[in-house]
Design a protein around this ligand. Sequence first.
Ligand code: 5AD
Length: 346
Amino acid sequence: MQEAEKLISGEKLTHGEYVRLVESYRDAGVRETLEKEAVHIRSMHYGRHVFIRGLIEFTNYCRNGCFYCGINASCKNTKRYRLTKEEILKCCSNGYELGFRTFVLQGGEDLYFTDDIIVDIISSIKNDFPDCAITLSIGERDYASYEKLKKAGADRYLLRHETADEKHYKLLHPSGMSLSNRKRCLYDLKELGYQVGAGFMVGSPKQTSDNIASDLEFLSELNPHMIGIGPFIPHHDTRFANEKQGCVELTLHLLTILRIMFPKVLLPATTALGTAQHDGRERGILAGANVVMPNLSPEKHRQDYSLYNNKICTGDETAECIENLRVKFKNIGYEIVCDRGDYPTD
Ligand code: 5AD
């Protein structure tokens, strides 16, 4: 297949070629060829190592109304919570003991967390755990705010673009939100020296192969350090409650393509992938991913950070069960390492 060969040889694909490449997930021969290449490329940069990130979901208050998301402001049945700085630090110390050297602070866009409050949290984590990286995933803010958080010690920032197609973006978000602001944030973050992660859901309502091709093109332009993708999973309390779940096979195919397009990218096998299929994360690693993000949030709040139905939050995906995950990955030939796992600079 011409597109696959072009991808492997590093040539730039046209939009139409990206569309055909995306659609080739049904062709077992193409997938096998691409997967071999992806695994080879990953092993050149990362060997057999898998990095872990401890995910701390510190607030589920959100001012936004993203139609797909179970913690969006209009979900009236969501029980809202915020962690205190002390609770967050406790999550970090539990995580540190378990071998985590990156903490991801993720939350809804919660106006309670002003720059000063986040700066104080970042400084305290850096003070207590100077050998750890801090990743923020707290949505859209202005340049000055990103700058303050960076100066306080934040190393990385995750902000999925969700979809790079304007029309599709409007189908997923309320009128106050815009793709252009999302992109502005991503470029600001890059300029400020963060390691930046973008990404999108696979199989979100009304998504087409053409949209995914645009996602791949946008990612090429942005050239992020991290890319998060996972299948869309409906949430019962949203307008997309009865929509179809995203396809696991297509997600795996896209992980493979992303690894080939971005050889050194930090690419998680996401919780959504593990929720959609019981061995989704192992399959994600085999497809080209090299990161997993177990949950470090306090147990009593985990059920309330429900972005989508049945989000896994109790079994082997939790940080406490890292040993089980270690064994699972060892069985497929991969090794979880205790390392910050920064983007390689060479
Ligand atoms: N299904 C899958 N992923 C979702 N996210 C939000 N809602 C859903 C859903 N229903 C993803 C978004 C967001 C990330 C934190 O979770 O892509 O950026």
